[in-house]
Design a protein around this ligand. Structure first.
Ligand SMILES: *[C@@H]1O[C@H](CO)[C@@H](O)[C@H](O)[C@H]1NC(C)=O
Ligand SMILES: *[C@@H]1O[C@H](CO)[C@@H](O)[C@H](O)[C@H]1NC(C)=O
Ligand SMILES: *[C@@H]1O[C@H](CO)[C@@H](O)[C@H](O)[C@H]1NC(C)=O
Ligand SMILES: *[C@@H]1O[C@H](CO)[C@@H](O)[C@H](O)[C@H]1NC(C)=O
Ligand SMILES: *[C@@H]1O[C@H](CO)[C@@H](O)[C@H](O)[C@H]1NC(C)=O
Ligand SMILES: *[C@@H]1O[C@H](CO)[C@@H](O)[C@H](O)[C@H]1NC(C)=O
Length: 422
């Protein structure tokens, strides 16, 4: 009898642990639901897989509503787009805004749905098609219109209600009382609210909540080129500020090798034995990523007219070292008041010792965390990153190492003091 209980408890603990690894379980259960329903997701109507992408035509309705609201409002809505790459600390920095309080509508990676559906449609998603879809979805979301995003959510929302919005619980606004509908029995929700018991997300309610807020922020790691957002930035209905978050590419690689261990087997084998084939696809991909980040930053820092006062570059390392000061700078840049609630969150979460250091954990002693990678990346791989990401590292002020001793010696800083947004 006792044994039975013990086994049951072990199973529950295991499930809880697995559940925490959100990423894994979400992918697995996505596959399952798809298989169960035998449903192939319908491609979004503006894209038929063969032709040139057709820019989505915004149905007058959604737009009219948003426009009416803007005209009726006092025109003080502000929009923040937090642009980053994966493993740059963007979840953490996103919280700086998510925690602002009741006047903020924050969304965590809504483009996840778009990327996922486009990759189901095509073996290798076409970057042009993706970037147009990303831009259009971001625009509509900033206008509090979820209808375009709905076309990418799988399974398709029924009457604008979905239990499957990616990481809903990471958005305080999507879990507040106003957006909380009754729990539906026996309906499994991966991304259910943690702060209160809510049923599936009613996107009509979400949209209403969004319209009622002055400030809207979206975090994304999926936009590759700042250039592709021009139409969004220039849209007269929005007052948008773009914050690009960057991090030492050596640290990003080190972090990815831990977080996405399976995908980085090749890198691990290179670290252990032999030369790194510089012509390898993996290395090329790293180089391409670095280039795109650099091109976006160069564009932003060159201050073209359309980005005047709308672009800010922030290094994750600086945020980790001076979280409060950097948060205040970001808030000043966006023109949004930095509330005491947001300050409290930052204080609590940057001084806290290393509690749950889950893969997507935001709670960490940030100044200590920021140097950790130096001991987890083999010197050989650090060299590869320096070889292919050199210009990017120079632009952001990340110093090269020429030996393992330098890499491991913490009294040598790898960070140049640098001011970007002068
Ligand atoms: C895709 O759409 C384009 C433009 O709307 C059209 O010309 C083309 O025939 C379509 N292709 C398919 C396979 O439906
Ligand atoms: C992506 O699609 C566009 C428009 O259909 C096409 O011009 C371009 O060559 C495609 N790119 C790739 C890499 O397939
Ligand atoms: C505005 O939104 C409401 C509710 O979402 C909808 O019923 C209406 O048709 C929309 N369009 C206009 C022009 O009011
Ligand atoms: C979603 O919320 C709207 C607005 O309150 C409501 O009219 C609608 O019935 C809700 N949808 C469902 C399926 O409950
Ligand atoms: C955070 O880490 C830094 C660097 O190791 C250390 O000096 C500081 O005391 C730590 N803070 C807390 C609250 O643990
Ligand atoms: C680390 O670097 C400092 C400053 O260059 C140097 O004085 C020290 O000897 C180095 N420590 C080791 C273990 O190499």
């Amino acid at each position: 009898m006792r044994n039975k209980y013990a086994i049951l408890i072990i199973c529950i603990v295991a499930l809880v642990i697995i559940e925490k690894e959100n990423n894994i379980i979400s992918r697995v259960s996505d596959k399952l639901t798809l298989r169960q329903t035998g449903q192939t997701p319908e491609p979004p109507p503006f894209y038929n897989g063969t032709s040139a992408p057709v820019v989505v035509e915004y149905d007058a309705e959604g737009d009219d509503n948003a426009t009416q609201f803007l005209e009726a409002g006092d025109g003080s809505q502000k929009h923040i787009l937090l642009l980053a790459a994966t493993r740059t600390g963007s979840s953490f920095v996103g919280e700086f805004f998510n925690q602002l309080g009741s006047n903020m509508f924050y969304l965590f990676e809504p483009l996840w749905h778009v990327e996922r559906m486009l990759s189901q449609d095509m073996d290798i998603p076409n970057a042009t098609v993706s970037s147009l879809a990303y831009r259009d979805v971001l625009l509509s979301l900033f206008l509090c219109d979820f209808s375009l995003l709905e076309r990418f959510i799988s399974p398709t929302p029924q009457e604008h209600v979905t239990p499957a919005l990616f990481r809903r619980e990471s958005s305080m606004a999507l879990c507040e009382e106003q957006v909380c509908s009754p729990v539906v029995k026996h309906l499994f929700e991966r991304y259910r609210c943690k702060t209160r018991r809510c049923g599936p997300l009613n996107l009509t309610l979400a949209s209403e909540a969004c319209l009622g807020k002055e400030f809207r922020a979206i975090k994304t790691v999926r936009v590759r080129q700042l250039e592709t957002l021009r139409l969004l930035v220039e849209d007269p209905r929005l007052d948008i500020k773009v914050i690009q978050l960057v991090r030492d590419p050596r640290a990003i690689l080190a972090s990815r090798m831990v977080a996405f261990s399976n995908k980085y087997q090749t890198w691990k084998s290179w670290a252990v034995n032999g030369e790194v084939p510089i012509e390898d696809e993996e290395v090329k991909r790293l180089q391409g990523n670095c280039q795109q980040i650099r091109m976006s930053a160069e564009l932003g820092l060159s201050r073209p007219d359309w980005l005047e006062n709308r672009y800010m570059l922030v290094r994750y390392e600086d945020i980790a070292r001076y979280p409060m000061q950097k948060a205040a700078e970001m808030y000043r840049f966006t023109g949004i008041p930095f509330t005491s609630q947001a300050r409290k969150w930052i204080l609590k979460n940057t001084h806290a010792s290393e509690v749950a250091s889950g893969v997507y954990s935001t709670q960490k002693n940030s100044s200590e965390q920021v140097e950790k990678w130096r001991f987890s990346i083999p010197f050989k791989l650090a060299q590869v990153v320096q070889d292919v990401c050199g210009p990017t590292m120079e632009l952001f002020g990340y110093k090269f190492v020429d030996s393992e001793q330098t890499l491991f010696n913490k009294s040598i800083s790898l960070l140049e003091e640098k001011q970007f947004n002068l």
